[in-house]
Design a binder for this molecule. Structure first.
Ligand SMILES: C[S@@+](CC[C@H](N)C(=O)[O-])C[C@H]1O[C@@H](n2cnc3c(N)ncnc32)[C@H](O)[C@@H]1O
Length: 225
């Protein structure tokens, strides 16, 4: 039922749709019809950042990406209902991010509450594994901000450890977002998972960073407990 309605949603790119296999490098010209910077929300679920930021920042473009189409359905409908022309959703796995975006096409990335993949053998599937970071770096404009938030402390600590060995700059983090100055960067947006965790009294970890243009090492993060 929901999948059939995707076909009528102009703001969702999924397999079989025109442009799905040709969108790489053409988001602004083909979809948004402007030259504004593009923010991508990875594992967007209902796309709360995609739609929430799009409403607040009409001079930027937003793409929510998730492998599961049904979770994007509500977000895509909300964007349509609100007349948000700077929103699109992409149904695809993040492993193929570089098949959908060209180098320099992404200005900013949000990764809210990714699946923790707690087993050691699953580490390559964590969205902050070096193989994903290399891909984000190759596709992002210099100086673009990457935001990451999770309730899962082991995943967060893993991510910080990885980032300390990466050529990144402006790394900042908190283990308690709602008691942190970094809260302002959320623009009042909470995802579905985030609302559930807050209800349960679980603290939210958040970090952001930029990739160095020509880096040869990590930086010491600024953070708080
Ligand atoms: C825990 S949910 C979080 C959803 C949303 N960000 C939120 O905070 O409410 C993780 C989401 O990531 C998506 N996901 C996980 N691995 C993915 C991958 N490799 N490619 C695309 N989406 C993925 C899942 O389908 C799911 O919607």
């Amino acid at each position: 039922m929901r999948y059939s309605q995707f076909a009528t949603r102009e703001n969702v790119l999924e397999p079989g749709k025109p442009m799905y296999d040709e969108i790489r490098g053409h988001w602004n010209e083909a979809i948004f019809k402007n030259a504004n910077p593009i923010t991508v929300e990875l594992g967007c679920g209902g796309g709360e950042y995609t739609t929430g930021l799009a409403a607040q920042f009409p001079d930027r473009n937003f793409v929510g990406m998730d492998v599961k189409g049904d979770r994007m359905w509500r977000g895509a409908g909300l964007a349509e209902d609100e007349g948000l022309r700077n929103v699109a959703f992409l149904r695809a796995t993040i492993d193929f991010l570089d098949k959908f975006f060209a180098p320099g096409e992404i200005a900013e990335v949000w990764i809210p509450f990714p699946d923790p993949r707690p087993k050691e053998a699953q580490d390559k599937r964590r969205l902050t594994h070096p193989r994903y970071l290399s891909m984000y770096r190759a596709l992002m404009q210099p100086g673009g901000l990457v935001h990451f938030k999770t309730d899962d402390r082991p995943l967060f600590d893993y991510s910080l450890e990885v980032l300390r060995r990466q050529p990144v700059t402006d790394l900042a983090f908190t283990h308690d977002l709602y008691a942190s100055d970094l809260l302002g960067l959320q623009h009042g947006i909470r995802t579905k998972y985030e609302r559930q965790f807050i209800k349960q009294g679980i603290k939210i970890n958040y970090l952001h960073f930029r990739f160095e243009e020509t880096g040869d090492g990590g930086t010491e993060p600024q953070g708080s407990q």
